[in-house]
Design a protein around this ligand. Sequence first.
Ligand code: ZN
Length: 150
Amino acid sequence: MAELRELYQQTILDHNRNPRNFRVIKDADRSAHGDNPLCGDKIRVYVKLKNDVIEDVSFDGSGCAISQSSASLMTTAVMGKSVAEADQLFAKFHAMVTAGAEQAADRKELGKLAAFAGVREFPARVKCANLAWHTLHAALESRTEPVSTE
Ligand code: ZN
């Protein structure tokens, strides 16, 4: 278990240091702004859709290691997925960081996202981990008002 925890920590550190898809999509079909005032995390998520598939997704902004690495992992997780699949993944991720979905099947499906399972022990950090997902959700729903975790 200690080794697994170590591995998870490495994943979070790696994505914080080298965030994937940290860029602006100039011709994005959708974008949304997310704000977590409790921690000071601010991000913007950009999405390019082809039919109902997330053809490209990216983010930019600034914040703590958890929010940045979660955003980075979120983009790699939903890239190429349908909007419905992305929503399902968000539901599973949300369940994991709040209630703690420990089922092996869910873990397997979450893949590297399972790195954030330990976050539920730190309620203030749950908002950091969820921010990118809430913002993605808002972008996909074309909501115009900024997302706040408060
Ligand atoms: Zn944060």
